[in-house]
Each structure stands twice: as structure tokens, then as C-alpha cells.
Design a protein around this ligand. Structure first.
Ligand SMILES: Nc1ncnc2c1ncn2[C@@H]1O[C@H](COP(=O)(O)OP(=O)(O)OP(=O)(O)O)[C@@H](O)[C@H]1O
Ligand SMILES: [Mg+2]
Length: 245
């Protein structure tokens, strides 16, 4: 499958990359896609908790590469979604994969999935370079504030020089009232301008969503923010669906 390896990155930490990865993957699965999520945040993994399979993990990506297990054994089925799978980042940061090894790893599994979503560590360090190496496309997750956006621009430049062509912006944790009150930008257009990146989704601030994700309960109930991810999934799939803001 071409062009469906997507890295989710950000300049600053905590903008919501892992949350976006989980919600987007869930939305893609709902639309009939088979999805592999790769946690690429070595030493700081979190997706296993968010998918409620923390207890089941025995092997991580570095085990598959070293031959401690087969590739299949390093891929775990999520508890609540039959077509959603996870490959965990190396449990120890010192086992971080090199960009070329990670690219080879993704190449071995890419034909088995409709989408591969890679959760990058924040910033433009070695972990990010590895996470981005196999990517055809990227989502930059930012909050509507200056430091977060500046980080996003740096990440975009790195992605571009690494040859990733299709780069889109996700503005996360957006709260209209708070945005007005803070007054960093007159409107969302100014945020998009500052990001220098084409917008693909605006995710509302939602305490409810945050709680669902942290409890590993994605897919159990419904949440209004999920509508945004359904649309994001369709837009990534090339469908013409309007944004909701
Ligand atoms: N749309 C949202 N509304 C409310 N809270 C959110 C939203 N998105 C993320 N959060 C919360 O923000 C915090 C950081 O989110 P998350 O872990 O997804 O960020 P991250 O970018 O992966 O962080 P890191 O850089 O540490 O990997 C979490 O507590 C999460 O629940
Ligand atoms: Mg994260």
C-alpha cells in the first residue's frame, strides 16, 4: 500500500500526538481500514496504556529487529478494535532504532495494513528522525499558542528536508472562549498562517475525551470530538469532507 505511512509529530511535548494517533486510528478502523499503530516514543511509551493492552506486551520493536521474536509477535491486537494493532516502542530508550533500521521494519509490514500511524516523540531529536524515516505523510499536532506553533514550523522544515511531501496541520485542544481570552491570534486563520502548514483538522478541547483515552476506553462510548476524527480519517483517505470547527 502506497502513501499510507503517516508520522504524527510536534515541536513541543504534550500537544496531543498520542491522543490524535489513538483517535485517528480508531476512526480509520471504523471506516473499514486495517491499521497498525507504532509507538515510536522509546522509553516513554504510552499507547499500550491508551489501548488497554499494557499487561500483554512482551516484545517491542527492537525485539523484532534483533530476532528475539518474530515481527508478528511484536504486533499486538488492541482489546476493543479487531482491526487495530500496536507495535510498541523499545521499552528502553537505549534500544532506540536507527532511521534506516526502522524504515526497513516498516517496509516489512507495510503491505499487511491499510494505514500505519507512527507516534513520534516531541521535538526534532534522534527519536523524531527515526519516527519520520519511513513516513510518506505527516500530521503536525499543535496547540493554538506561539511556542507550540514555532515548534511546529521547525518540525515541518525537518520533515520537508527528509523528503516527506504531504504535511498537514492538526490544531488540538482548541477552545474558542479561551482562544479569544488569551488573544495570541485574532482568529484561526492567523494560527494557520503562523504554522505555514495546510490545515486538516481542528480538535476541540475535551476533558471527556482526555479521560476516555487515559483510561484506555476509546471505542467504548461515543464522544463529540470523535466526529472530528471521523472527518480527519476521511480527509486523509482523499474524500472531500468539510472541516468542523
Ligand atoms: N483535545 C483534547 N482535549 C483535552 N485534553 C487533551 C486533548 N488532547 C490531548 N489532551 C490531553 O493532553 C495531555 C497530553 O496529550 P498526549 O499525551 O496525547 O500528548 P503528546 O503530544 O503525545 O505528549 P508527549 O509529547 O509527552 O508524547 C493528556 O493529558 C491528554 O489527555
Ligand atoms: Mg505522546
Amino acid at each position: 500500500m502506497m502513501n499510507n505511512v503517516i508520522v504524527v509529530a510536534s515541536g513541543k511535548g504534550g500537544t496531543g500526538k498520542s491522543t490524535v494517533c489513538i483517535c485517528l486510528s480508531t476512526a480509520l478502523v471504523k471506516q473499514g481500514k486495517k491499521v497498525l499503530l507504532i509507538d515510536s516514543d522509546s522509553g516513554m511509551r504510552g499507547l499500550d496504556i491508551m489501548l488497554d493492552i499494557e499487561q500483554e506486551l512482551l516484545f517491542d520493536a527492537s525485539d523484532a529487529v534483533c530476532g528475539n521474536c518474530s515481527f508478528a509477535e511484536a504486533v499486538y491486537k488492541s482489546r476493543r478494535n479487531d482491526d487495530l494493532y500496536l507495535m510498541a516502542a523499545p521499552f528502553d530508550a537505549e534500544n532506540e532504532l536507527s532511521p534506516s533500521v526502522f524504515r526497513q521494519l516498516v517496509d516489512t509490514v507495510r503491505d499487511s495494513f491499510d494505514y500505519i500511524i507512527i507516534d513520534s516523540p516531541a521535538g526534532i531529536g534522534s527519536g523524531f528522525v527515526t519516527a519520520a524515516a519511513p513516513a510518506d505523510r505527516a500530521l503536525i499536532v499543535t496547540n493554538a499558542e506561539p511556542t507550540s506553533l514555532r515548534g511546529g514550523v521547525k518540525v515541518r522544515k525537518k520533515l520537508e528536508s527528509a523528503g516527506v511531501k504531504d504535511i498537514r496541520l492538526v490544531i488540538n485542544r482548541f477552545d474558542k472562549k479561551m482562544f479569544k481570552k488569551l488573544g495570541f491570534y485574532p482568529d484561526l486563520d492567523a494560527v494557520i498562517d503562523a504554522s505555514q502548514t495546510q490545515l486538516i483538522a481542528v480538535v476541540p478541547f475535551s476533558v471527556e475525551l482526555s479521560a476516555i483515552i487515559q483510561r484506555g476506553e476509546i471505542g467504548v462510548g461515543s464522544n463529540s470530538a470523535m466526529e472530528v476524527f471521523d472527518r480527519l480519517a476521511r480527509r486523509l483517505d482523499g474524500q472531500r469532507v468539510p472541516l468542523i470547527i
